[in-house]
Design a protein around this ligand. Structure first.
Ligand code: AMP
Ligand code: MG
Length: 413
């Protein structure tokens, strides 16, 4: 019998096989989190026009140079600029134009007096403080000049990046697109969560859990439903969805059981290989590139499927999107005992908390791989190396799944 692959070996096998998706032009509204692959330059100076930085009056600085509370300067209000509607009138000597914040600076004016320094009297304004040239005026091109780079390529687009791109008028951007990931569950016992369960039936919980994990990875889940334990149905489902998705994640049916459909569909070799990985929970896995699209087969037990996704599928999907694997792996101190497996790298769900600057990991009860309630409470997975049980007080390595509430020092990925 061939020895199992180590977690690292299997992960490397996946990363070596998956390729980034070809870049595509997408509407800006769909680009959040995607890696930009083009150089986006400002098509014009930004801001595109000089504007008022305050609600106030556009004036000629020299007219109000002597203004004070004791001796205000009186100016005639000759027009009112509105947002998106320039006044269309010049400010002459002794004149002022009303300008809200962001309104185009009227011709002839070179300064703005904020309303705090003004007293309005009908169609006149008393200015009570000087406003030297360029006071409260935003100039053209202050932010970016035409031809300057708005965003550096190669990084995932942040919220602020999207704002900057929109300000520069970019309607479409070329990015590595979000991977569309078809999610399948296999098992004759599975039903959608609704209504009563028949004898021996359970709800298909993996499909929902994996869809959430796909989203957390920055990709887009596509529900391909629970399937019966029938290899032909599985193959037909993969073919039917082939053009709609970029990858498949399938849970269940990878063990050696008579009826395990993944195992049976691909038993004779070919693109997808069923492998034994030295991981706990869930040793049986399957992976391959089928008709150009990665297929990730996970064990059916929910905890095993969850861990398998985090450890193997997530890095693969993120590689497809040219994104780094960014679950922070950090040092923590255990406050419970966890047994080790002699040969497998174990992942144990744990809650995290901060205490005097130290991260404390509390292993969750119910660690058998079919149990999911403990996992739902967990903030992290503790890594337990083969053969070395960990006891309370020992240092350990945890993969952080989400931010720790209260005293939070980092956020989840
Ligand atoms: P399998 O890997 O198909 O042998 O399934 C292992 C265990 O996980 C069995 O107890 C299944 O009922 C359970 N299981 C498989 N798929 C799912 C699923 N989608 N949701 C919840 N439990 C599942
Ligand atoms: Mg099954």
């Amino acid at each position: 019998m061939t020895p199992p692959l180590t977690v690292d070996e299997y992960c490397q096998r996946i990363l070596a096989a998956v390729r980034p998706l070809p870049p595509r032009s997408v509407p800006l509204s769909e680009a959040f989190g995607c890696v930009l692959v083009e150089r986006v330059e400002a098509p014009f100076d930004f801001p595109p026009f000089a504007s008022s930085a305050m609600d106030g009056f556009a004036v000629r600085a020299e007219d109000v140079a002597s203004a004070s509370k004791e001796a205000p300067v009186r100016l005639a209000i000759v027009a009112e600029a509105l947002m998106g509607k320039p006044a269309g009138v010049r400010v002459g000597k002794g004149e002022a134009i009303v300008v809200p914040t962001g309104a185009v600076m009227p011709e002839g004016a070179d300064s703005v007096v904020p309303i705090e320094d003004c007293i309005r009297r009908g169609d006149q304004v008393l200015v009570t403080a000087p406003a030297p040239k360029d006071s409260h005026v935003r100039s053209t091109g202050e932010d970016l000049n035409a031809g300057e780079m708005v965003i550096e390529p190669g990084r995932p687009l942040s919220a602020a990046d999207l704002g900057a791109l929109a300000a520069a008028g970019a309607a479409q951007v070329t990015v590595v697109p979000r991977a569309r990931v078809g999610i399948l569950s296999t098992g004759d016992e599975l039903v959608r969560p609704a209504g009563a369960l028949g004898a021996g039936q359970i709800y298909d919980s993996n499909a929902f859990m994996l869809a959430g994990q796909v989203r957390e990875a920055g990709a887009e889940p596509v529900d391909l439903g629970p399937l019966p334990d029938d290899p032909d149905v599985l193959v037909s489902a993969l073919d039917a969805a082939h053009n709609e998705v970029d990858a498949f994640v399938c849970s269940g049916g990878v063990s050696a059981g008579e009826n395990d459909p993944v195992k049976r569909a691909f038993a004779s070799g070919g693109e997808i290989c069923c492998v034994d990985v030295a991981i706990q929970p869930g040793r049986p896995h399957a992976f391959g590139i089928r008709r150009g699209k990665p297929f990730f087969g996970l064990p059916g037990n929910p905890l095993a499927a969850f861990v398998g996704f985090e450890v193997f599928v997530r890095p693969g999907l993120r590689r497809m999107m040219s994104l780094d694997e960014h679950r922070p792996a950090v040092a923590a101190t255990l406050d419970g005992d966890v047994g080790a497996h002699p040969a497998n790298l174990r992942f144990v769900p744990a809650r995290l908390r901060r205490e005097a600057g130290t991260l404390i990991a509390t292993p969750q009860a119910g660690r058998r791989s079919n149990l999911i309630a403990g996992l739902a409470r967990a903030d992290a997975l503790v890594e337990v190396p083969p053969g070395s049980a960990l006891t309370a007080g020992m240092a350990c390595r945890v993969r952080v799944l989400r931010g720790v509430s209260g005293n939070q020092v980092f956020t989840g990925a």
